[in-house]
Write a protein that binds this ligand. Structure first.
Ligand code: FUL
Length: 500
C-alpha cells in the first residue's frame, strides 16, 4: 500500500515538474508581437527577437508558398486598370464563365489558395450584395442570378484549394465613401456577407491604394473593427497588406528581399501608432532593412509580419487582349519563384481571367510550363542524409553527401519558424576534387531560402551558420539541379497544349 502511495506521489511530482518546465519554456516565446521594456541591451533585444513566433494561422499561410490572385470584374470589360465607379453594370457579361476551369488550372499549376477580387476600387461587387446596386445582380450575366464569389469558392472546395477575398477599402462608387462612420458600416456589411455566406475563408486582402471621396472627403477606416469582424467570423483567415498578419513586400515586380526578416520592426500601417513608430525608425514597407540588429537597437516593438510578393503574370492586373503576347516568360516566372518563395516569402501570382470568363490559353500554357519546371527542379533532392533537425550555434557547420555523383546548382535551406526566425548569415561550400570550394552565401533563411550557383558535381556540400540569434533550428537542407531555360522560349524543350 505504502509503495503504491509513493509511486503515485512520484508520478504526480514528475507530471508537475514537466508541466512547470513546459510552461516556462512556453513563456519564452512571443506570439506575433512583443514590446521591448525600456533600457534593454541590444543582446537582450536580439534574444527576444529570436523568440518571436508566428500565430497558427500565419504559419499555415506561410506553408502555402504558392497562392494565386484572380483579378476579375467590371475592368475586365472596359479594359481599364482602375474603374471610376461610374461603369454600367450591364457591361459585365462573361459569355463562357467557368470558375472550375480557373481553379483546376491553378490546382494543376501547384497553387494552394486563390484570392478573388470580390470588389475592386470601382466598387462593383462580384456577389449579389444587399449593400449596393453596383453588382453582378444588375448585370445581364445569368440574368442577374449569378454569383462569382460563390462559384469560385465552390470550385476551390472541389479542387482542394483554400479561398481568399480581396475587398477594396477604396470604393469609387459608394456615395457614403468619405463619410467615415457610414462607409465603415457599409464596408463591415460587405465583409459580413462575404465572411458569412461562403464557407471558410483563409485570407482577406485589403489593398493600400486609396483616394478621396466626393468633394475631397477623406475616409478614416476603422481597421480594428474590421479585424474584429474577420477574427470573429473567420478565425483561420490571415489579414493582408492593410491587414496585420501578412506584409506587402514593397513592390509589384515579383521580387522579395535577399535579407527578409519575418520578425520585423515595421509596425502595420493600419495601427494607430504605425506611422509614428515607423517614422521614428525611418522605415516603411519598401525599406530594404526591416529587421537588422541596427533596427532592433532603435525599435520599441517587433511584429511577426511576413512578406507576400504580389505580381501579375501580365503587365496589368486585369485581362486585356492587347497583353496576350506579354505574358511573363518561363524564365521570368522561374526567377520570380526563386526571388519570392526562395527569399522567405509567399508568392501571390495574379492570373486574370478574360472577358469570356476563362483563364486564357496563353496564361494556362505558361502556368503549366512553370509548374513542370519547378517540379523538375525539386523532384529529386540529391542530399543523401535523411532530414533531421539541426540545432546550430554560431559557427557550426554540417556536411551532407551528394547522391549519384549528381550535378547540382541549387541549395534549399529552411528554419523551423515555429521556433522563430534566427539565422543572420550562412555559407555553402562544395567538395570538388578534395577541395572545399565556396559556392554560395546568404543572410536570412526563415521559412525557406534557395540559393543558386554554377553547375558543379561535388561529393559533399558543407553548410555553415555564420551568425544566428540563439540556436538556429535548421529543419531542412536540400541540393537540386535546375535545368537552364532557353533564352528564346520557342526553343524551350517544354511544350504544352491545353484542351479548351
Ligand atoms: C494595387 C491595386 O491598385 C491594383 O489595381 C491591384 O489590385 C494590386 C494588387 O494592388 O494596389
Amino acid at each position: 500500500m505504502k509503495k503504491n502511495v509513493l509511486i503515485i506521489v512520484c508520478i504526480t511530482l514528475a507530471l508537475f515538474s514537466c508541466a512547470f518546465f513546459l510552461a516556462k519554456e512556453k513563456k519564452q516565446y512571443h506570439v506575433k508581437t512583443v514590446k521591448f521594456a525600456n533600457g534593454l541591451s541590444l543582446d537582450r533585444k536580439v534574444d527576444i527577437a529570436s523568440r518571436l513566433i508566428p500565430t497558427r494561422r500565419q504559419l499555415a499561410w506561410q506553408q502555402l508558398e504558392l497562392t494565386a490572385f484572380l483579378h476579375f470584374g467590371i475592368n475586365t470589360f472596359t479594359g481599364r486598370e482602375w474603374g471610376d465607379g461610374t461603369e454600367d453594370p450591364r457591361l459585365f457579361n462573361p459569355g463562357d464563365f467557368d470558375a472550375g476551369q480557373w481553379i483546376s488550372t491553378l490546382k494543376d499549376a501547384g497553387f494552394k489558395l486563390a484570392i478573388i477580387t470580390a470588389k475592386h476600387h470601382d466598387g462593383f461587387c462580384l456577389w449579389p450584395t444587399k449593400t449596393t446596386r453596383h453588382s453582378v445582380q444588375y448585370s445581364p450575366w445569368k440574368n442577374g442570378c449569378g454569383d462569382v464569389v460563390k462559384e469560385v469558392k465552390e470550385a476551390c472546395d472541389r479542387y482542394g484549394l483554400k479561398f481568399g477575398i480581396y475587398l477594396s477599402p477604396w470604393d469609387r462608387n459608394a456615395d457614403c465613401y468619405g463619410d467615415s462612420p457610414r462607409y465603415n458600416q457599409f464596408f463591415i456589411d460587405q465583409l459580413t456577407e462575404l465572411l458569412t455566406n461562403y464557407g471558410e475563408v483563409h485570407e482577406v486582402w485589403f489593398d493600400g491604394a486609396n483616394g478621396e471621396g466626393p468633394n475631397g472627403a477623406k475616409q478614416i477606416y476603422d481597421w480594428q473593427e474590421f479585424y474584429e469582424v474577420i477574427h470573429r467570423l473567420q478565425p483561420n483567415a490571415v489579414t493582408a497588406i492593410k491587414g496585420d498578419d501578412v506584409r506587402w513586400v514593397g513592390n509589384e515586380d515579383g521580387y522579395g528581399r535577399e535579407t527578409e526578416w519575418s520578425a520585423t520592426a515595421l509596425t502595420p500601417s493600419a495601427y494607430h501608432r504605425g506611422d509614428e513608430q515607423n517614422k521614428k525608425l525611418g522605415i516603411n514597407s519598401q525599406s530594404k532593412d526591416l529587421g537588422s540588429r541596427e533596427l532592433l537597437d532603435k525599435a520599441t516593438e517587433l511584429f511577426w509580419y511576413p512578406s507576400e510578393v504580389d505580381v501579375s503574370i501580365r503587365p496589368g492586373w486585369f485581362y486585356r487582349i492587347e497583353e496576350d503576347d506579354k505574358v511573363k516568360s518561363l524564365r521570368e516566372l522561374t526567377d520570380i519563384y526563386f526571388k519570392s518563395v526562395g527569399y522567405n516569402s509567399v508568392l501571390l501570382l495574379n492570373i486574370p481571367p478574360d472577358d469570356k470568363g476563362r483563364i486564357n490559353k496563353k496564361d494556362s500554357i505558361r502556368l503549366m510550363e512553370f509548374a513542370r519546371h519547378i517540379k523538375i527542379i525539386f523532384d529529386e533532392n540529391y542530399v543523401r542524409e535523411k532530414p533531421a533537425l539541426w540545432k546550430a550555434r554560431k559557427g557550426d557547420a554540417k556536411e551532407y553527401s551528394i547522391k549519384n555523383s549528381a550535378t547540382i546548382n541549387t541549395i534549399l535551406l529552411q528554419e523551423d519558424i515555429s521556433e522563430g526566425q534566427r539565422v543572420e548569415s550562412f555559407s555553402c561550400k562544395a567538395l570538388i576534387d578534395d577541395n572545399w570550394i565556396p559556392v554560395a552565401e546568404g543572410t536570412t533563411i526563415g521559412y525557406k531560402r534557395i540559393v543558386r550557383f554554377d553547375d558543379c558535381r561535388p561529393a559533399k556540400i558543407r553548410i555553415t551558420i555564420n551568425e544566428t540569434r540563439n540556436r538556429a533550428n535548421i529543419s531542412s537542407v536540400g541540393a537540386y539541379y535546375a535545368p537552364n531555360i532557353a533564352a528564346d522560349e520557342n526553343e524551350s524543350s517544354i511544350k504544352f497544349t491545353i484542351d479548351e
